[in-house]
Design a protein around this ligand. Structure first.
Ligand code: FEO
Length: 132
């Protein structure tokens, strides 16, 4: 297992926790597919599913932050845009490459999870708790 859900990843906002679990499941799937030496079409399909779900999650999360009047929304949006840009760069490198996904890509995914979910997403969750 590449990443295993644990309470330390919970930010206490149920729909966002569910979305983060789904992101992890897709990351795990990609990792397993690489370990099984799946072909480029299979990896591409999961990579696309991860990118599509990420876009959807970021959109929903930004709408949620807006609904709770989170003052850090603009900055969080910039961080999301940067993450999507990096994900795109990795996807492009995959397309033009030999069909493999390098360790560097999985390091990026892991840093995203630990730094973004635990360090950045928790901020709007704290704001939400303080507000209610
Ligand atoms: Fe859950 Fe800001 O991504």
């Amino acid at each position: 297992m590449f990443v295993d859900w644990s309470p330390r990843y919970s930010i206490g906002v149920a729909p966002m926790d569910e979305a983060h679990k789904k992101l992890m499941a897709l990351m795990n799937q990609l990792h397993e597919q690489r370990a099984a030496s799946d072909g480029k079409p299979e990896l591409r399909r999961t990579l696309k599913a991860l990118a599509d779900f990420t876009i959807r999650h970021f959109r929903e999360e930004e709408a949620y932050m807006q609904s709770i009047e989170f003052p850090g929304l603009a900055n969080h949006k910039l961080i999301h845009a940067k993450l999507l840009e990096q994900l795109n760069e990795h996807a492009n490198a995959f397309e033009t490459g030999d069909g493999s996904l390098p360790d560097q890509f999985f390091t990026f995914l892991k840093v995203w999870l630990t730094a973004h979910i635990c360090g950045i997403d928790t901020k709007y969750a704290e704001h939400s708790r303080a507000k209610h």
